[in-house]
Ligand binder design. Structure first.
Ligand SMILES: Nc1nc2c(ncn2[C@@H]2O[C@H](COP(=O)(O)OP(=O)(O)O)[C@@H](O)[C@H]2O)c(=O)[nH]1
Ligand SMILES: [Mg+2]
Length: 308
């Protein structure tokens, strides 16, 4: 399922991250006669500032250290190559999980719940996913369960139209009722993919938690074991906050994966790697723009390659 996997697009999307990183790394390296502790400290700072976070950066620098210090060839290319190789090793475990797509045949219908804070890109990602599955020949329906904002519903409807898929909305503005109707309809009309959009913020976290619990309950009452996927959408610009969002949502949802959006607009693509290395959860997709096809499966090597 490599539909939109396109290295060129990934590189385009990560242009700002790459320029930011390589400019700074080359500034540090080219000033130096040899790679000493100070140089490594400078590298460390650059990586932290690119949102890799202190933990991943420390691991990366430590792993790269011996290789770097032993290396006779201290050109920028060589150093980048070593950093890339060590970074891929650290984040690859999460990619392997991704490639075994959990779209198993045992579930005739697959229920995918999309959660995350307001503005993270949930509805846009649902539009892209709807289009992706539709293009693969699947019968797709969207449940518009962010009933709190009229504009949110209109936006999702326009995505559904563009992707050519069906959508259930409103049901007197009750999110659980929308979810119920959507799953019911999916079961009686042989839909294969159900994408459920949710609200990002109720007036407090407790309400959001109760709402998500209720939605999960409605789904599992209709289909035991569902939702089959619960994906957290995180804005790639959110830095350290990405980890916090993950931890918060993970408390009251059974997260099966993460989607990181807006990687085309940030100079700091490192938050992806931070989640991939620190949390035992697959990075399922990355968002690289506002178009229908701007969604790719996460591939550690490709990502690191596009980043440096
Ligand atoms: N550049 C870019 N913009 C995105 C991406 N994903 C979402 N957006 C934009 O981010 C804004 C919020 O997205 P939306 O889907 O409404 O977020 P939601 O509140 O979580 O549903 C919109 O303006 C989207 O067009 C992405 O991958 N790249
Ligand atoms: Mg939305």
């Amino acid at each position: 399922m490599k539909l939109f996997s396109n290295l060129k697009k990934l590189k385009e999307g990560l242009t700002r991250t790459r320029e930011n990183l390589t400019t700074k790394i080359s500034e540090v390296i080219t000033r130096k006669v040899k790679i000493d502790e100070n140089t490594l400290d400078d590298l460390e700072e650059i990586l932290i500032n690119s949102d890799l976070g202190s933990k991943l950066t420390e691991q990366l620098i430590n792993n790269a250290k011996s290789a770097l210090l032993k290396e006779q060839d201290r050109t920028l290319d060589k150093i980048k190559e070593i950093l890339k190789k060590e970074l891929v090793k650290l984040i690859q475990p999460q990619e392997k999980k991704t490639s075994a797509d959990s779209l198993s045949d045992q579930n005739k219908v697959k229920i995918i719940l999309i959660i995350g804070i307001n503005g993270s890109g949930k509805s846009t990602t649902i539009g892209k996913l709807a289009y992706k599955y539709k293009t693969e020949g699947k019968k797709v329906i969207i449940g518009s369960a962010d009933t709190f904002r009229a504009a949110a519903n209109e936006q999702l409807k326009s995505w559904a139209t563009k992707a050519g898929v069906d959508l259930i909305e409103d049901i007197s503005k009750d999110p659980s009722a929308v979810v119920y109707e959507t799953v019911k309809s999916a079961l009686s009309n042989n839909y294969e993919i159900v994408l459920i959009d949710t609200a990002g913020r109720l007036h407090n976290n407790k309400n959001l938690m109760l709402e998500l619990n209720k939605i999960n309950g409605v789904i599992s009452n209709l289909i035991p074991g569902a939702p089959h996927e619960c994906l957290l959408v995180v804005d790639g610009n959110s830095g350290q906050n990405a980890i916090m969002q993950f931890e918060e949502f993970n408390k009251y949802s059974n997260l099966t994966g993460v989607i990181i959006t807006k990687l085309d607009g940030t100079a700091k693509g490192g938050s992806v790697l931070q989640i991939a290395s620190e949390k035992n959860i697959p990075i399922r997709y990355i968002g690289l723009g506002e178009g229908m096809e701007d969604l790719q499966e996460f591939n550690a090597e490709e990502f690191v390659d596009a980043m440096f």
